[in-house]
Design a protein around this ligand. Structure first.
Ligand code: ATP
Ligand code: MG
Length: 479
C-alpha cells in the first residue's frame, strides 16, 4: 500500500460521484482500476476507458448507475464473464466484480470465484495495471498500490504482481501485452519477466488469434513499431505468430554476393512508414510487403540474388496469413494484397527512365490506392548509401510529378472506358460475343500506351478500326 497518495483530481467527472453514491446504497466497495489510473499517473492524455471493480456484484452496480445517472447508455451485460459495460459521455465504463482466478494448464479460461480487492489486484497482469483508486467517500481518491506500481511507473518497468512464471502461464496473452506496453510506453520488461516470456513463448498457441492480432495492431499503431516486433522476435513469439516474417531473417553469401537481411529491412520500412501515415492497414502492408521473398529467393550465377515473382506470391501469402489469424477477409485484405503485389512497381519505374506509359499503367492499376502505394515505396528506401538514396528519392519525385501530369490529362483513376459494350454491339449489330472484350481491351491498351487520348471521339474511331480488322462491319455509327 502507498498510504497518503490521493488522486482526487482523476475523479472529477460527475460519474464517479454518482457511482460512489449508488455503491454505498448497495453496500459495495468499488474502485477505479487499471489503465485509467495508470494513464492518469503517467499524464497520458485522457484515457476514455474506465475499469471499475466492485467488491460484490459488478453487474448490479452498473445497472444501478445507469438508473441513477441521466445520460448513461443501456447496460450491456456479459453474463459469462460476469462483466457489464455502459457508455457515459465519451467514456466507456467496464464493471467487474472483484474475483480470484485459478487456471488449468491447457486453457486460458480460468475458474473464477468472488474475492477481495487484493485478490483482484493479484490477477492483474502488471503492477502498473493493478493500481486502484478508492471511490469510498471516506477515502476519496486514495491510491491502493499493493505491488509498488508507483515505483515501477517512475522506473518505467513492467513487472508482474505474482511470480512471472505463473502470470504468463495462466494467461499467455500477457506476454503480448507486456511487449505492447513496452512499445507504447517505452518501458522495459523486467528481467525475470522477460526470461519467463522466453520460456513460455510457445504457450501463445492457446490464445485466440483475434486477441493476438489486437495486440499487434496496438504495436503497429505506435510511433516505432519495430520495438515491439523486435521484442516479439527475440522472445520467440514472432516465429509462432508470423513465421512468414522470421523466414526473411539472415543474409546469405554466394560467390561474394550478399543480399540484404529482409527481416530487419522490413522493420525499418514499418518504422519509416509510421512517420508518414497512421493508417493501420498501410502499416500492415509495409510489414508484409516482402514476405514473398523467402520462398522465391534464388541465386543466379549471372545476376546474383533474385526474388522473381515475390510480389505476386507475397499477395497470395497475405490472404493465407489473414485467414490463419482470423483477420478481416473483406476489402482490408484485398487492399493489403494489392499493395504487396504492387510494391515494386514504382521503384521499377523510378530505377529506369520514367516513361509516360509506365506511369499511366501505374495510375490505372493502383487507382484509389496510388497515394498509399507511393507512401509504401518511399518508406521502402532503406539504403544507407547516401548517393543511392538521393537518386531514388529524386526519381520518385519525378514519378509523382508525372502522376500529376498524367492524371490531369488522362483521368485514369477509376477508369471508365469511353466506349461501353452496348455501344460496340449497336455499332456492329452484334450480340454479346468475345469481340466486345477484344475491342474494349484494345481501346484500354491504346489509352494506356498513349496512342490515343482517353476521349470518346478517338476511342470511337479506334473501335471502328479494330472491329473491321476483326471482320465486323459497322452498321450504325453515331458520334
Ligand atoms: P489499454 O486500454 O490502453 O489497452 P489497459 O491496461 O486499460 O490498456 P485493458 O485491456 O483495457 O488494458 O484492460 C484493463 C485492465 O484489466 C488492465 O489495466 C489490467 O489491469 C487488466 N487486464 C486486462 N487484460 C488482462 C490480462 N490478460 N491479464 C491480467 N489483467 C488484465
Ligand atoms: Mg483500457
Amino acid at each position: 500500500m502507498s498510504p497518503g497518495i490521493y488522486c482526487a483530481e482523476a475523479l472529477q467527472n460527475d460519474v464517479f460521484k454518482t457511482l460512489s453514491q449508488v455503491a454505498q446504497k448497495l453496500d459495495l466497495e468499488c474502485y477505479v482500476i487499471g489503465g485509467y489510473v495508470r494513464d492518469y499517473l503517467l499524464k497520458r492524455s485522457g484515457s476514455k476507458d474506465i475499469d471499475i471493480v466492485a467488491v460484490g456484484d459488478g453487474i448490479a452496480l452498473a445497472q444501478a448507475l445507469a438508473a441513477a445517472l441521466p445520460g448513461c447508455s443501456e447496460v450491456s451485460v456479459f453474463k459469462n464473464y460476469g462483466t457489464a459495460m455502459l457508455q457515459y459521455q465519451d467514456m466507456t465504463l467496464e464493471f467487474v466484480g472483484a474475483r480470484k482466478e485459478s487456471y488449468a494448464q491447457h486453457s486460458r479460461n480460468p475458474k473464477v470465484s468472488p474475492g477481495s480487492l487484493s485478490d483482484d489486484q493479484n490477477r492483474r497482469d502488471f503492477t502498473i495495471n493493478a493500481l486502484a483508486l478508492s471511490l469510498d467517500p471516506n477515502n476519496w481518491g486514495a491510491l491502493l498500490d499493493p505491488f509498488k506500481g508507483m515505483e515501477h511507473l517512475s522506473d518505467q518497468k513492467l513487472i508482474t504482481p505474482l511470480d512471472p512464471q505463473i502470470t504468463f502461464s495462466d494467461d499467455p496473452l500477457r506476454m503480448m501485452r507486456a511487449i505492447r506496453f513496452a512499445t507504447q510506453l517505452g518501458f522495459t520488461i523486467d528481467e525475470k519477466a522477460w526470461q519467463s516470456i522466453k520460456d513460455q513463448a510457445s504457450r501463445i498457441k492457446i490464445i485466440a488469434p483475434e486477441r493476438i492480432v489486437d495486440e499487434i495492431n496496438k504495436i503497429l499503431a505506435t510511433p516505432k513499431p519495430s520495438i515491439g516486433l523486435a521484442l516479439m522476435y527475440e522472445a520467440g513469439l514472432l516465429d509462432m505468430i508470423l513465421p512468414e516474417l522470421t523466414a526473411l531473417l539472415g543474409v546469405e553469401e554466394i560467390e561474394g554476393q550478399k543480399h540484404k537481411d529482409n527481416f530487419w529491412h522490413t522493420l525499418e520500412v514499418v518504422d519509416n512508414i509510421s512517420l508518414t501515415t497512421d493508417k493501420l492497414w498501410l502499416r500492415w502492408a509495409a510489414l508484409l510487403h516482402d514476405i514473398g521473398k523467402a520462398p522465391t529467393k534464388r541465386f543466379d550465377p549471372k545476376i546474383g540474388w533474385t526474388f522473381h515473382g515475390h510480389e505476386f506470391l507475397g499477395g497470395k501469402m497475405v490472404h493465407k496469413l489473414f485467414k490463419r489469424l482470423h483477420m478481416p477477409l473483406n476489402e482490408k485484405v484485398k487492399y493489403v494484397q494489392k499493395l504487396v503485389a504492387m510494391s515494386s512497381r514504382p521503384i521499377i519505374i523510378a530505377e529506369d527512365f520514367v516513361t509516360d506509359s509506365a506511369v499511366r499503367r501505374l495510375v490505372f492499376d493502383a487507382s484509389d490506392d496510388l497515394e498509399d502505394l507511393m507512401t509504401l515505396c518511399e518508406a521502402d528506401i532503406t539504403t544507407k548509401n547516401a548517393k543511392k538514396q538521393k537518386r531514388y528519392l529524386q526519381n520518385f519525385a519525378t514519378v509523382r510529378q508525372k502522376i500529376v501530369e498524367v492524371e490531369q490529362r488522362d483521368h485514369l483513376r477509376n477508369f471508365q472506358p469511353p466506349i461501353d459494350g452496348a455501344e460496340i454491339m449497336k455499332t456492329f449489330g452484334i450480340g454479346p460475343s468475345p469481340f466486345i472484350g477484344q475491342i474494349k481491351e484494345s481501346i484500354k491498351e491504346a489509352i494506356l500506351e498513349g496512342e490515343i487520348p482517353n476521349e470518346k471521339e478517338a476511342a470511337h474511331a479506334l473501335m471502328i478500326k479494330k472491329g473491321i480488322s476483326l471482320g465486323l462491319t459497322p452498321i450504325h455509327i453515331t458520334l
